[in-house]
Design a protein around this ligand. Structure first.
Ligand code: FES
Length: 141
């Protein structure tokens, strides 16, 4: 192998490694919280909002066999907002991030409170009532 070809191969290998690491890190930013069902409530431990480095998560996602779509729970100061991740336009599953939820199908965007920020969706997302005690979050279905 020529020197030039060897350097080019090494550069490509390093670049792809960095790309894969960045992709894995971005995938890791969504935390799927462990949950249990109690009659018509989903129960989540508040510790789900703390990551391994003891930093506070801005949101967590909950999946349940009782739901067709997951619920995203955003933490805003001490207030929790639980919203459905089903797009109000044609029902695709939304992709959450720290500031909004974006629809991969036609590009609608919603705020952390589930309000429409960008069309084509024209209805806000379904919100669930949230109750808390010292250690637990309850989402009423
Ligand atoms: S289904 Fe979400 S924008 Fe169309």
């Amino acid at each position: 192998m020529e020197r030039r070809s060897f350097i080019k191969s090494c550069t490509l290998l390093c670049a792809s490694g960095i790309g894969i690491a960045a992709l894995m890190e971005s995938c890791g930013s969504i935390h799927y919280a462990a949950s249990t069902i109690e009659t018509n409530k989903i129960k989540i431990n508040k510790s789900e909002f703390i990551d391994k480095k003891n930093a506070e998560r801005k949101f967590v996602v909950v999946r349940s066999e009782k739901l067709d779509f997951p619920i995203c729970i955003y933490k805003k100061n001490e207030t929790l907002v639980a919203i459905s991740m089903q797009c109000s336009h044609q029902g695709c599953e939304l992709n959450p991030n720290e500031t909004s939820l974006v629809c991969p199908c036609h590009g609608s965007e919603f705020s952390k409170e589930g309000k429409v920020l960008s069309p084509p969706a024209d209805k806000d997302l379904k919100q669930f009532k949230v109750i808390t005690d010292n250690e637990t979050i309850y989402i009423e279905l």
